[in-house]
Design a protein around this ligand. Structure first.
Ligand code: SF4
Length: 532
């Protein structure tokens, strides 16, 4: 799937970064079964059918989200026809669709946490430790049409979230409980080290709904990184309350340079934002070099034509680097779905493929027609873009600000004799302070992160959507010049490369209106482990 281009930077045209995220759960499950398994990720129809014919599989598992249920149906029909003895297991969020049997001819449904379910099903030892797979966080990454060569790994600490927001499909899928795969900071670091070594990466996506909700593990993790002097960097998801509790200094020490926070609504309808000054939190994170992706929801119960505008204005005024706008969506399996179904609010004739939150809602809202919901959403994306400019530009700004701030902070702490206190998660006076060598490494990682954006800035300027964005871009370019000096020869060459790709990309946008990027099928085999 494409995350940013689909629901964050979708109206930013050529400025929208592109990438595809592998189906992490499939690799995790295959890695942890004793029986041999093959993962087909992003399968084309031809590759899928060929695999079914050649593979002679006893079982085929199909994981899908709700809008893809008809794709799963086509796949299942093919398997039934060409390989009738194969048992079919369905799973993923789409498996929560009510009356699924009426749509799909499957044998089993994998519910809840997939590794345990499959181990039970195949008679493996359910309690065996989890083996962390080695996977890229995203593939086929492009910015302005230019391929991004730097890669990141993915770390899967656990699934589920206890916050139980009524609309949240992941929280409900895992029965509002958190299941950890990596239980300690040591296990986290071992997973990072393994991935770093095999994929030659230093940056990681942390696929965990609310990573900071397990603060003990997060604290251990930082201690372990410090012991080994591994200043990896991370993108995480966390709720505002958990971030506030653990503090921004901790996040920087850990190396979090990107965070996804659900801010949802100005009216604080969810517990996770109660008592949190989101304006202050977001600014504080950005000042320290942490890109903030705030996510917000439109067409909730309290929205009418006035309050929805207020909420959109509020979400934009938070000035996050990136903003996800998602329609309130009763997804099967959630409390919200149950409530709306009971209340007779669901439009049962809207096909499942249209229920994805990025076009029209699929329930009765007293204040909006369905076409209106599409217009409001699109206009909100455009407003964010016109107000704050391209997301990649904001990210560059945050990265360079954070590098400068960290440089000053390290100097300031040295002068004041402050050292990191893992108990209070703050910098405190010490009678014999030693230089903070770990944070010097961290500073280098912040520097590398900032420099990553430099070759795209002149292209961002060339295609700036308005004078305000162009002005911002010039200001950021000047800041880069001030901090790093003039562009190096290599940076100038990269700038030319990006500009050239951007010309081609721009032509494609003009010709087609949008650009579809379909990754190739990725096939991975996992061995038979039944004899150790
Ligand atoms: S905090 Fe986020 S992950 Fe947790 S239940 Fe709420 S929306 Fe879901």
């Amino acid at each position: 799937m494409e995350l940013l281009n689909n629901q964050v930077t979708r109206e930013q045209g050529i400025h929208s970064p592109r990438s595809n995220n592998p189906s992490f759960g499939l690799y995790l499950m295959a890695e942890n079964l004793d029986i041999p398994a093959t993962v087909l990720d992003f399968p084309s129809w031809n590759d899928f059918t060929e695999e079914i014919i050649k593979g002679n599989y006893t079982h085929v598992g199909i994981s899908f989200i709700v809008p893809n249920v008809l794709k799963a149906k086509r796949m299942i029909e093919y398997i039934r026809r060409e390989s009738p003895s194969t048992k079919i297991i369905v799973g993923g969020h789409g498996a929560a669709i009510p009356n699924l049997r009426e749509i799909l001819d499957y044998d089993e449904v994998c519910r809840g946490e997939g590794v345990a379910w499959l181990r039970r099903y195949f008679g493996d030892d359910v309690k065996k430790p989890i083996k962390h797979p080695v996977i890229y966080s995203a593939v086929r990454k492009f910015v302005y049409g230019a391929p991004i060569l730097e890669m990141a790994g993915i770390i899967l600490p656990g699934v589920g979230c206890q916050n139980s927001c009524s609309f949240c499909a992941t929280s409900h899928k895992f029965e509002k409980q958190y299941t950890s795969f990596l239980k300690t900071g040591r296990e986290m670091l071992e997973a990072c080290n393994k991935t770093a070594e095999k994929l030659r990466v230093k940056d990681f996506g942390v696929m965990d709904e609310n990573f900071l909700k397990s603060p003990v593990r997060a604290r251990q993790f930082v201690d372990e990184m410090e012991k080994e002097m591994k200043a990896y960097t991370f993108s995480i998801f966390s709720s505002a309350d958990a971030v506030t509790k653990i503090g921004v200094d901790f996040l920087v020490r850990m190396g979090v340079n990107f965070i996804w926070i659900g801010v949802e609504s100005k009216w604080n309808v969810f517990e996770k934002t109660h008592g949190v000054d989101l304006f202050k939190l977001i600014k504080d994170l950005q000042d320290h070099g942490v890109t903030v992706l705030a996510s917000t929801i439109l067409f909730m119960d309290h929205h009418d034509k006035f309050t929805i505008e207020e909420d959109i204005d509020w979400a934009i005024s938070l000035k996050s680097d990136l903003l996800q706008l998602m329609q309130f969506g009763p997804i099967p399996g959630t409390q919200l779905y149950k409530d709306y179904e009971t209340g007779g609010k669901l439009f049962m004739d809207i096909p499942w493929p249209s229920q994805h939150g990025q076009n029209q809602i699929w329930f009765h809202h007293p204040h909006f027609t369905l076409p209106e919901t599409s217009h409001y959403l699109k206009n909100a994306f455009i407003r964010k873009y016109q107000t704050d400019g391209p997301g990649v530009l904001n990210m560059a700004h945050t990265a360079i600000k954070g590098y400068l701030k960290l440089m000053e902070d390290i100097k300031d702490r040295e002068e004041k004799g402050l050292v990191w206190c893992p108990k209070t998660l703050s910098y405190i006076p010490h009678p014999n302070p030693k230089p903070d060598e770990f944070m010097k490494l961290r500073l280098e990682s912040w520097r590398e992160n900032a420099l990553r954006f430099r070759p795209i800035l002149s292209t961002a300027l060339k295609y700036a959507p308005n004078e305000k964005a162009a002005e911002k871009c010039r200001m950021i370019m000047n800041l880069y010049d001030k901090v790093f000096g003039k562009l190096t020869v290599k940076e100038m060459a990269l700038e030319v490369v990006v500009k050239t790709f951007a010309i081609l990309e721009n032509k494609k946008y003009k010709r087609n209106g949008s650009i579809m990027r379909q990754p190739k099928t990725k096939r991975s085999e996992f061995p038979d482990r039944r004899n150790g």
